[in-house]
Design a protein around this ligand. Sequence first.
Ligand code: ZN
Length: 223
Amino acid sequence: MIEIDFENYTYVCPYCGCRQSYYGNYSYSALGYARYNNSKPKQTDLDVFHIKCSNRKCASITVVAKDSLTKKQFDLYPQHVHKEFPDYVPLQIRSDYVEAVTIIQDSPKAAATLLRRCLQGMIRDFWNIKKRTLKEEIDELQDKVTSTQWKAIDGLRKLGNIGAHMEKDINLIVDIDEGEATKLASLIELLIDKWYVSRHEEDELYRSVADVAEGKKEETSHE
Ligand SMILES: [Zn+2]
């Protein structure tokens, strides 16, 4: 979902990721704000926000509607917001994540199941933990990550379990709404950053420092 704060007039551009104010950033043609009323005001008021990114390199248009009664947000354009992760994150994980984000509005439960699969893929690939069930894998992970990270991961497992093992106990269905599924997607994004991206950046730094040291050694040996 597009990150927009209607109270403080800020949003995060879904194209370039810049957090910015959209207040006062409208003109008649493409930008700004429109409200469509019908004969029963308050019941069906829909505020439509056309916002142009103020980052000149991007300048993309985002369109979001808000039901003024229920405060529900509708992303009109773009409809799905997902992060682009680098190639060193396994393809299966990236594609499960993108698919989950794409269906999150229509089917949060199915999205949660995909996100759970994503998590399992990450634990198996990144931590090399392979057990019979995801629960056992997450238990194994407990002393490897921080306790807050672990609690969130275990929460994702519980919520995402629904679609995967529905046949076991039909009464176990926990209704998960779009907001909750979106939080789970954010958790996956954060874990990809904390695990894969951090490790990659750390490796790059070590490599560059080692290269410098190697260069110095060669310099001294020539003296
Ligand atoms: Zn932008």
